[in-house]
Design a protein around this ligand. Structure first.
Ligand code: XMP
Length: 521
């Protein structure tokens, strides 16, 4: 399989991940400042780190104590021999202190939440241009009680040392988290590290990545070969396809397979939007019948996912064969999917076989092109906008690969899909009308496999229940139910009951993830 290897065409910062929940946030802040960076695991060999020719190294925070048996450590003497400025954050600072002969001890009161930082060395470049006192966000169990030889304290909180440095050796440490929004001047501190200490110029932007990727795609595909891309109607596949289109035009064929499980009008709308705006060479394949036949009578959610995944592969394979000699497959893989990180995934248990859906088999013998592999989602949106992908696609809520199959609980039939689609459309319309579509991470309707008693006019009814769910979230890993205005919920409920034949009750899902999940199946 082919995938892009990093090039060293931009100045870059390396972030070593010691397991902090904020590691990706450090990377995003660095990139927002215009400096390209990558996250590597804490134990990456020094030679590999040096091969990136980093302008600077950042050691992330992490949940461990340096005294834990299993505490993550970088390679011995890394800090001394890496040959570029180093910034340790939280656990990163403690590790530096510990390894260089200082002393780290458990705090009497665990430092968590806001703290007031006093800069005691007005000459330090790290805090250049900042007031003498600033608010910072703390999250640590240990603290530094003795500095390593050659270092001096640059800032403190009531608890004691909070930042130290050895400017001759270009080693800096902060106990607080400059990367989080709760440290309002944190971005300035990171910029000081990047521009004043590492002497970066800031030569990176998502838009600049377009030209770079276009050149790489052209080089990879050559003058004559053909490429295929599966389109789902979502952000990632659309932007990946638009990027490849810019590079090789109609030598890319996009396949948008209608599995019969999309939202109302979604297939037609996305197809025409992508044709008109980005001029993709895109083929719409209506395979609804094939999918619905394969799903008939299936109620188990995992079984549904497996059938949809397998059917997708069959249909895609058959359509790809019609195109003829194709050598490459485009995939919209994003950076968070490929970081070799200790913090991103944690122990992996298959709760739902998400990523098996749409995964294509290696037997297709296609080489992979993954032009978004180095980008975060917000950067993909910026690139998409530059490439002319419409906002309607860029701002779309996430939608699961198995689509409405996991929202029609129980049996999937045309009639039950009709009910769900109509209810889903009403919820979507009202959310947009209230200008709240962008404020929630995902909103959905679910058709429950039960009937309830109701009354309409003088008649007793015995009909279906629709559950509606809207969540706020950062990455879908955890989520809270959205506090939608009662008036909006009232409108959605009354419209669904009056406009969707077969429904007499609407409920709002007020569960958080965990312990629930976002989807019901
Ligand atoms: P859960 O339900 O696990 O969902 O909280 C988290 C996010 O993943 C989406 N999801 C899926 N996406 N195939 C997908 O491509 C799937 O089988 C699948 N199941 C859930 C879900 O919509 C949410 O955004």
């Amino acid at each position: 399989m082919f995938s892009f290897l990093p090039t060293n065409s931009h100045e870059r910062i390396i972030i070593l991940d010691f397991g902090s929940q904020y590691t990706q946030l450090i990377a995003r802040r660095v990139r927002e400042a215009g400096v390209y960076c990558e996250i590597l695991p804490f134990n990456t060999p020094t030679d590999r780190i040096k091969s990136h020719q980093p302008r600077g190294l950042i050691l992330s925070g992490g949940p461990s104590s340096v005294y834990d048996d299993q505490a993550p450590r970088s390679e011995k003497d890394l800090i001394s021999i890496v040959g570029c400025p180093v910034l340790g954050i939280c656990y990163g600072l403690q590790l530096m202190a510990h390894e260089m002969g200082g002393e780290v001890k458990p705090s009497s009161n665990r430092g968590y939440g806001y703290g007031r930082l006093r800069v005691v060395d007005g000459t330090t470049r790290l805090f250049g241009g900042l007031p003498a006192e600033i608010d910072v966000w703390l999250s640590h169990g240990d603290r530094v009680t003795k500095l390593p030889t050659g270092f001096h304290m640059t800032a403190e909180t009531d608890e004691g040392v909070n930042a130290f440095e050895n400017p001759e050796r270009e080693i800096y440490g902060v106990q607080f988290h400059p990367e989080v929004a709760h440290t309002p001047l944190g971005a300035q501190i990171l910029r000081n590290f990047l521009f004043e200490i590492c002497k970066c110029r800031g030569d990176w932007s998502p838009a600049a990545a377009i030209d770079e990727q276009v050149a790489r795609i052209r080089e990879t595909v050559g003058e004559n070969d053909r490429v295929i891309c599966g389109i789902s109607g979502g952000v990632d596949s659309s932007v990946a396809a638009a990027l490849v289109h810019r590079a090789i035009g109609d030598r890319q064929t996009c396949l948008f397979i209608n599995n019969g499980l999309l939202r109302e009008g979604e297939f037609e709308t996305a197809l025409s939007l992508l044709k008109q705006s980005v001029h993709l060479n895109i083929v719409g394949v209506d395979a609804s019948e094939t999918f619905l036949k394969a799903l008939a009578g299936v109620v188990d959610p995992e079984q549904k996912r497996k059938i949809i995944g397998a059917t997708f592969i069959d249909v895609f394979d058959a359509e790809a064969n019609k195109i003829g000699d194709v050598k490459f497959l485009v995939q919209g893989t994003l950076y968070p999917d490929v970081i070799e990180s200790v913090s991103v995934r944690g122990p992996s248990v298959t709760l739902k076989s998400h990523h098996n859906v749409g995964g294509l088999p290696e037997t297709m013998n296609l080489k992979l092109i993954e032009p978004l592999r180095e980008l975060f989602k917000d950067e993909v949106r910026i690139i998409g906008r530059e490439l002319g992908v419409p906002d309607e696609i860029l701002n779309r809520h996430p939608f699961p690969g198995p689509g409405l199959a996991v929202r029609v609980l129980g049996d999937i039939t045309e009639e039950r899909l009709r009910i769900l689609r109509a209810a889903d459309r009403i919820f979507d319309e009202e959310l947009r009308r209230a200008d709240l579509y962008g404020a929630v991470w995902q909103a959905l309707a679910v058709l429950l496999p039960v009937a309830t008693v109701g009354v309409m006019g003088d008649e007793r009814t015995y009909e279906r229940v629709i559950a509606i769910r809207a969540v706020t979230s950062v990455d879908g890993m955890t989520a809270d139910w959205a506090r939608l205005p009662h008036d909006l919920l009232a409108r959605v409920s009354s419209r669904i009951v009056s406009e969707v034949k077969g429904v007499n009750r609407v409920v709002y899902d007020i569960s958080t993830k965990p312990p629930s999940t976002i989807e019901w199946e």
